[in-house]
Design a protein around this ligand. Sequence first.
Ligand code: F6R
Length: 243
Amino acid sequence: MKITMFESYEEMSQQAAERVAAHIAEHPDTLLCFAAGETPMGMFRILAAMQEDGRIDLSQARFAGLDEWVGLGPNDTGSCIQVMHDAFYRPANIPLEHIHVFDGLAADLTEECQKMENWITACGGIGMTVLGIGMNGHIGFNEPDVPVQNGCIVCDLDDTTKAVSIKYFGQPLPVRQGISIGLGSLIQAREVVLLANGARKSEIVHATVHGPVSNRVPSTLFRDHLCTTLLLDREAAIQIQKE
Ligand code: F6R
């Protein structure tokens, strides 16, 4: 894993967007998998602007939604699908038929997993994924101690994730599970970018870089992956810089 630090969130986001642009220039019909959440919002704004003024051409790319809260759908504030449509798919004019997401409202979650796996296979695997790191080191909804497996998983949410979820919903919601592309499939992506910003992430960034490699902290599993780059702003890097 390569680590690059930036003075500001804006610079980190710019670098993430430029990496996506470079990947697209080489593989126009790639499959991209982006996390929702607060961390990639700057990158989404920059990518939508690049698409608007022609610096990037996302017209042939395909998209796989990384994860979803079980029980939430597109009309629920804070659902991953709603966040992704508002922040990225719509502003970047991505055709709906190029996007496959989990339906968090589906009665049969095993079937949802299978449908996502079929989409990933049909698109030739994940070309590039841009991921956020949860406060507990989760990646997507691969929570601490999740089995490292290919394909997709339904995972019970950790208490930290339940507590943090209020920031997306604006109110406490009784979310208990998440559905997510599994760690095995993400690690097999041709290119992985992990993003973290802000002082509140500095502790988990330290664990990601220096802690034991274990599914106890899923983000550590990317450390030995040569195609992974960790992009940080100055505040998220504070604790690793003390080493
Ligand atoms: C969201 C997702 C999560 C977030 C992580 C960080 O789709 O996959 O794993 O990336 O919880 O969230 P933020 O960016 O809100 O700090």
